[in-house]
Design a protein around this ligand. Structure first.
Ligand code: R1P
Ligand code: URA
Length: 292
């Protein structure tokens, strides 16, 4: 049975492009690299052989082109899982909803999506300069809780074990954290043996939610010690960033395959940071372009 999506639910611009991204259905490749920083789109595109289109709309910059014969789209999300909700739903609509009839297509398209980002390392063996591939993402952002099917795709025992370990109750559990596995084959192909693998926690903020205290005291001053000592099924929490959970979760619910790779630019245990990471990011970009 076909589902019809009203103009208020799927917003389409006058020129036939999707509302926020301003991208048209034919402009999207099956392989997609997602980044937070719009400037990173141009950096990645500088490695392309050919550029087919470049679209700029708010923080959502999209470039489609080819890298060694592979057609790839690069899209910036800006910061946060709320923006990933927009990007994932709009790219899925571009692929799987007919913009003329506003109905789902008979044959559904599936994307391969890799996010390239920066993150904070949470273990002594994830120093600045480490590349981490997320085998699992834990969302402290709450986004997936609004979608039916969340429990079917999440690792519920891992969620319970983490909450137990943190000893959180009341406001600290609102919204409930969700644990979602990345696509296994994609993790193997992207991480190979030269990237660290682990559990990534995606937070709804850079400061308090990541246990950083400036002038406001934290609700749980021991959050990062507890996060660092959590172990589940041989995996530890390796890093904090702000988008991987929504990317993995929505991809799973929509039938796309996704994972996140991040460069560690701050280590919370050693209390060190490096804001001059251009060379290391360039290297990570080239690794992903070869492997996607
Ligand atoms: C915070 O500084 C930003 O950096 C990380 C976080 O997820 C957040 O978006 O990723 P990006 O480097 O992709 O922006
Ligand atoms: N991005 C984050 O979200 N956290 C960090 O500590 C560094 C980059």
């Amino acid at each position: 049975m076909k589902t019809y999506f009203a103009p208020s639910e799927l917003l389409i611009n006058e020129d036939g492009s999707v509302y926020h991204l301003h991208v048209k259905p034919e402009q999207l490749a099956d392989k997609i690299i997602v980044v937070g920083d719009p400037a990173r789109v141009d950096l990645i595109a500088s490695y392309f052989d050919d550029v087919e289109c470049q679209i700029v709309s708010r923080e959502f910059h999209t470039t489609t082109g080819t890298y060694r014969g592979k057609r790839i789209s690069i899209i910036s999300t800006g910061i946060g899982c709320d923006n990933v909700d927009i990007v994932l739903n709009e790219i899925d609509a571009l692929a799987n909803i007919d913009f003329q009839t506003r109905e789902t297509k008979d044959r559904l398209r599936s994307f391969e999506i890799v996010r390239i980002g920066t993150c904070g390392g949470l273990q002594p063996d994830t120093p600045i300069g480490t590349y981490i591939c997320s085998e699992v993402s834990i969302g402290f952002d709450g986004l997936l809780n609004f979608y039916q099917g969340r429990n079917a795709v999440c690792d519920l025992p891992m969620e319970r074990a983490l909450l137990n370990h943190l000893g959180w109750s009341g406001n600290m559990c609102c919204p409930a954290p969700y644990a979602i596995h990345s696509d296994k084959e994609l993790v193997e192909r992207i991480a190979r043996t030269d990237m660290k693998r682990g559990i990534t926690v995606a937070c709804g903020g850079f400061f308090g939610p990541q246990g950083r205290q400036l002038r406001i005291p934290l609700a749980d001053p021991h959050q990062n010690e507890k996060i660092g000592s959590f172990e589940y099924d041989g995996l530890r929490i390796t890093n904090y960033e702000m988008e991987s959970s929504a990317l993995a979760g929505l991809s799973r619910l929509l039938g796309h395959r996704a994972t996140t790779v991040c460069l560690v630019i701050a280590n919370r245990v050693a209390q060190e940071a490096n804001t001059d990471y251009k060379k290391l990011m360039n290297n990570l970009i080239q690794m992903v372009l070869e492997r996607i």
